[in-house]
Ligand binder design. Structure first.
Ligand SMILES: Nc1nc2c(c(=O)[nH]1)N[C@H]1C(S)=C(S)[C@@H](COP(=O)(O)O)O[C@H]1N2
Ligand SMILES: [Mo]
Length: 444
């Protein structure tokens, strides 16, 4: 063959691989199914000596792959085309500008959402801001009023932290009973990322706050501007002004070039395309904020300020999109899910197989960080019987995830925001997974 040394090497390495694989099967053929470790999750899976996928040389190994300069900004494998954000009519206010797209959390791995899959909530469309024209004005009750360019902002010492963002409307249609047989539509109004920016406290220490500066108004430069007031106490605690998302610049959908991150608090106060911070002795309220972002109680009185996303969890595998229909009776299976709390750190997660009458403790997996997604896991052997699978989380502030009855008895049923009641999946004999709502639990 003319041309390349590369091809020669490639052909040789294939030959080696093929021989190695044949040798492997010669050896493994002497083991029977029972001889494989019974404790292994994979114990029922037998190496099949006639599996063409392992015996034959794969087509992609028979020729050169793509040149390294084909995708100078990488994209997912075409086989992953289903792992996308989705929209739903139930969340639409009639157009795609004041709307939402939901994160495919059923496909999520670990505790970080890839930038292209981060849920998006826009009130006036996704703005495309020219970073050279971007400015941040900080004024009102500060000793030194200031207008920053992006370069100015980046002169402050930066921090990188992992936080989730959740829209308080996450799962809101579920208040009226199960609406979706889909985890993405039930809980996909949230995502999590590693954010890079400057702590707002660093900037405010530099500028100096007036004594009576107790409220901060944050405003965006998009069509909706999304003005929101938050207490200065929170601003000085852990609020960040960020430009980085998972190691690169924010995406336009997430507020490029700069947004506010208000850890653990409802998504709507995380102002995107940030342009102005005004300090004051009074809160600023849009009509929307006073009429919508409140928590109506049974008494008919509303809680006006309800910022923190409460302790929450959901089993992500299985889920309606990821049922156990291919799982055989007696097989070991890992139940996995996500837990999060806007108050702090997840302390533990319990799992129930009988709709909340009995609970066992799940294992927390990997990083367990405040105001971040936390993964939990429980390996079990499914005997093929129907289950009512539920998860219940608790945080280091002593909060425990409520049952639906506990939640509605506290806040009534007219609310649409801040749904954090226990989610139950019904697993049928066939391994199908359905969204059901178990209202009451024997030992809650
Ligand atoms: N400027 C601006 N900021 C905004 C919004 C907006 O429409 N405009 N939407 C808010 C709402 S309601 C939510 S839930 C979060 C969503 O953040 P994301 O789109 O990055 O997921 O952004 C908030 N910040
Ligand atoms: Mo939101």
């Amino acid at each position: 063959m003319k041309n390349s040394k590369v091809l020669e090497i490639k052909e040789n390495s294939n030959a080696v691989q093929t021989t190695t694989r044949r040798e492997f099967f010669k050896k493994t053929a002497i083991y029977s199914a029972g001889a494989l470790s019974a404790a292994s999750v994979l114990s029922p899976v037998l190496a099949k000596a006639d599996d063409p996928a392992i015996i034959n040389d794969a087509p992609w190994g028979q020729k050169l792959g793509d040149p390294v300069d084909k995708n100078l900004y990488g994209v997912p494998s075409p086989y992953e085309h289903n792992n996308i954000r989705r929209t739903h009519d139930l969340f639409s206010s009639g157009d795609s500008y004041a709307s939402v797209s939901m994160c495919p959390i059923h496909e999520s791995e670990g505790i970080i959402t890839p930038n292209g899959l981060f849920f998006t909530r826009d009130h006036g469309g996704t703005a495309h801001v020219d970073p050279n024209e971007w400015r941040l004005m900080i004024h009102g009750k500060v000793k030194k009023e200031i207008v920053l360019t992006l370069d100015d902002l980046k002169k402050y010492p930066s921090e990188t932290r992992i936080y989730f963002i959740e829209c308080p409307a996450n799962g809101s249609p579920e208040w009226r009973g199960p609406q979706f047989n889909s985890l993405q539509f039930m809980k996909g109004l949230m995502s999590a990322a590693q954010w890079t920016g400057v702590m707002l406290k660093t900037i405010l220490d530099d500028l100096g706050l007036e004594k009576d500066a107790v409220w901060m108004l944050a405003e965006g430069s998009d069509n909706a501007s999304n003005p929101r007031s938050i207490p200065v106490e929170k601003a000085l605690d852990d609020v960040m002004v960020v430009w980085g998302q998972n190691g690169e610049a924010l995406r336009p959908e997430q507020g490029y070039p700069v947004r506010l991150i208000v850890p653990g608090w409802e998504g709507n106060v995380n102002t995107k395309w940030l342009r102005r911070l005004e300090f004051s002795d009074k809160p600023w309220h849009s009509k929307e904020e006073t009429s919508k972002y409140t928590m109506l109680q049974k008494s008919g009185k509303a809680i006006r300020y309800f910022w923190v996303n409460e302790v929450n969890s959901v089993i992500t595998s299985p889920c309606p999109e990821k049922p156990w229909t291919n799982l055989k009776k007696g097989e070991l299976v890992e139940i996995e899910g996500l837990a999060w709390s806007g108050h702090g750190t997840i302390k533990g997660v319990d799992i129930s197989f009988d709709g909340g009458d009995n609970w066992v403790e799940a294992k927390l997996k990997g990083l367990v960080l405040p105001k971040s997604w936390t993964r939990f896991s429980y390996v079990m052997r499914w005997n093929g019987k129907p289950l009512l699978l539920a998860s219940r989380s608790y945080d280091d502030f002593g909060n425990i995830q409520p049952t639906i009855d506990q939640e509605t008895s506290a806040v009534g049923v007219e609310s649409v925001y801040h749904r954090n009641a226990i989610v139950t999946w019904e697993i049928t004999e066939k391994g199908e997974c359905n969204n059901v709502q178990i209202r009451k639990h024997k030992k809650a």
